[in-house]
Design a binder for this molecule. Sequence first.
Ligand code: F6R
Length: 609
Amino acid sequence: MCGIVGAVAQRDVAEILVEGLRRLEYRGYDSAGVAVINDGELRTTRRVGKVQELSAALDDSPLVGGTGIAHTRWATHGEPSERNAHPHLSSGDIAVVHNGIIENHNKLREMLKGLGYAFTSDTDTEVICHLVHHELKSHDTLLTAVQATVKQLEGAYGTVVIDRTDSDRMIVARSGSPLVIGFGLGENFVASDQLALLPVTRSFAFLEEGDVAEVTRRTVSIFDIDGNAVEREVKESEVTHDAGDKGEYRHYMLKEIYEQPRAIAHTLEGRIASGTVLDSAFGENAAEFLKDIKHVQIIACGTSYHAGMAARYWLEDWAGVSCNVEIASEFRYRKSHMFPNSLLVTISQSGETADTLAALRLAKEMGYKATMTICNSPGSSLVRESDMAYMMKAGAEIGVASTKAFTVQLAGLLMLTAVVGRHNGMSEEMQAKITQSLQSMPAKVEQALGLDDAIAELAEDFADKHHALFLGRGDQYPIAMEGALKLKEISYIHAEAYASGELKHGPLALIDADMPVIVVAPNNELLEKLKSNVEEVRARGGLMYVFADVDAEFESDDTMKVIQVPHCDEFMAALIYTIPLQLLSYHVALIKGTDVDQPRNLAKSVTVE
Ligand code: F6R
């Protein structure tokens, strides 16, 4: 949610900043801007639309200077427009970029107006730069002025401030929105995600909540929420490949769909031995935390929530523990009951989703026995604040619609099922079945990707459709939900998912020839029940697309197109049936001509409530 990049260097930084924004564009893409200090002047360029618009403007009229900040926006306060684009300036002296929401901005705005400040935007961010400008009148340094400013802010911020009169430094502050410092040789950087800075450095330190840092070319000084000087560990980036590149693929989403076999294989590496999932996959002290767990509470949002829903079936059925799954934004604002010996599991690609993080913090206050995150972002807030972390090794996901993160989450949750099960007496035979299934997943996903051409053809049927219904049973119900979410978010077709047994309780009324019904039908003990539901749709003139096991005995006819999915066992079926649904939404979006990687109104990494 909003991308930030900053640099203090001896060379011109505008190009570095814009390349950083390109890599962060997944975080927001309604406007972009850059401000650079040159010869005691602050020069800014801002454009509505994507980073490409900003880049073209800078080609026509380059900005020169070695200290600068840049931002790509996902609007919260004020429409996407040039006047609301960041950086925001105060009196031509102070420039600020900000990610997050300042909740007391109205009060601060009135106070600042009273002091004579004129506002030029509708954003909450503009109060930060006027406040810093005001505080500088009574403070000697930009650092202390920013420290005084952030004390007055309520809400969430990751912010970077520069001063026209002092091109030697930028001040960086974090509370609720992630920021990482990148260390170079004679130059230093900041960004909201290390991905932005990979072309210039691989050494990073993540700021903690409440930290304020002064970054110069040669030094980085970090102060905690109480103003004490602190050290934050500098780590070499674990990002192994440069995710900023689409390679041979037309879209990041397609690239990421095709990366799934490798992402799953990489995630499994070193985590299974002698037919057992190792406790250490979940962190150093996992064995201690995991014993005696009798209940699992899963918290997540969006696609990650769907992964959690599938895992509920597995944990209750195979690991023998009770499990609840809840959307983070609901969990955090209601009084929930905590069962004895409960493990709290958050699932998140980004590790920074505001609602999920708030839910984790609440769970810690409630006294859960242990907390764990299943997460794709090393060093993220969820990883740092949880007792245990299962690090997914999916590699950076850039497409806003989550694909490879989802299947890697499912693989991680199946490993969790095996480990929690083992601590609850799961038989060795059952554990061995699960680990065999895990190990054969990458090859099976590869086979499922072979359906691509057939699905591309099928997608043409959806070109003139406005609605779609997805049906599944058991752990395929969350897969149907995920299929519907993918279709709506990138093709803008309204899609709903139902547990197919629910059809006759209402949604059957929607069925007609204009409502495609997509069914996921592996060959499991629910198949016969599912077949009855399919007949209910057929009897009402619905047109069905059935993704079915080769042995499920569905045949294509006038009312039904059957796509045969490679046979797979019950442990991996949810994961395997996800693949054709991802491909379907991708091809429908292509036909519809939507912006596949950056669908309208959305952003990746939702760091605001
Ligand atoms: C949908 C999608 C979102 C995210 C959700 C949670 O394709 O990507 O629904 O799954 O915003 O994000 P994370 O997993 O980063 O917590």
